[in-house]
Design a protein around this ligand. Sequence first.
Ligand code: SF4
Length: 317
Amino acid sequence: MIKLNSNEGKEPNFLDNTGYCAFSCCPAKYCFSSILGLRSTGPKPSLDYGTAVHCAMPFLQRGDLPGALIAFERSWSESRNEEDSKRNLSCATKMLAKWHNERFALQAIPYEIIEPPETGLTLTEAFSDQEFAFAIDLDAPFVFAGRCDAVGREKTAKGLALVEYKTTSELSGRFNASFDLNSQLIGYSTAISILLDEDVKIVYLEALRVTSANPDNLCIPKFVDKWLMNAFCHDFRNRALEIEKCFKSGEWTQRFCGCAPYAMFGSHGYQCDFAILCQSPDWRAMVGAFTVDYWEPFKELATPKEAKELLKDSQDD
Ligand code: SF4
C-alpha cells in the first residue's frame, strides 16, 4: 500500500484514457504518475518519434508532403537521436512519402476530415488543427478528457469516423488485435458521439510501420458498438469514484499483477515505470530517480468543480 500524507500530491481534476488505464491496472501506478506527477528520466525516442509523426499527418491529409516533412523535422529536432537505425529523419521521409504517394495521391483515403467544433478548451500542447479536444461529463467525479487525432466522415456511407494515428514496429495481426477491444478507441468513440450528438460509426486506425527497411502503412477499420460505449461509461464512473476515495484516504493499493505483462498474459514485455519504487521497502527514498511533471491536457481545467463548470458553459453556448 502506498500511503500519502494529507498535504501530498495534486487533486485530480480530470481522468483521461492514460489515467483510466493506469488506475485500472494498479492504483499505486496512477498515484505515482498522476497524483505525484512522477516521470521516468531519460530519452523516449519511440514516443518522440510518434509525436513528430502526429504533427506531420495533418499536412499529409491535405496532400502537403513538404509541409509534413517540415512539421516532422520541427517536432523531431527537439529530441532527435539520429543514431537510432529506424527512428531518424531519413526513415521518416520515406515513411511519410509512401503514405502521400499511396494514399493521398491515389485517393485511397476512405474518409474526409472534418473541422473540430469550438469547445472553449485550449490544449496545453496542440499537435495539429485537426485534433478534437474533449472534456465530457460522464456523471462521474471527474470529466473524461482527451484528444482524438482527427474526426472524419466516410466518403461512401457518410457515417462519423474517428481517425487515430499509430506508429508501430510491428504491423501484424497481433498489432491489429490490440485494437479490437481497446479503451482508447471505445472511450474516444463515446466522447465524440456525445460531443457531436451523433454516433461514431467506424474507427480508422492509420498505422505506420517504423522500420529501417521498407516502410509500410495500413488503414485498419474498427467498430465500436453502442453497448461497448455504455460499458465504458459504467466502468469510467466506477473508476473515478474509486480514485476519489483513494485520494481522500491517501491510500493507493499496489496491484502486483500490473508490474509486467507476464502475470496477466503469460508473456514478457515492458515493466512498469515505477518498479524501482515498489521494489524498495521505502519508496520515498527512490523518488529522486524521477522528475516531477504534472501533465494537464487543457489550460482551463483547474479543479474538478471548475472543469465541470467550464464544460457546462461550453455546452450552454
Ligand atoms: S510496479 Fe507494480 S505495484 Fe508498483 S506501481 Fe507499478 S504496477 Fe503497481
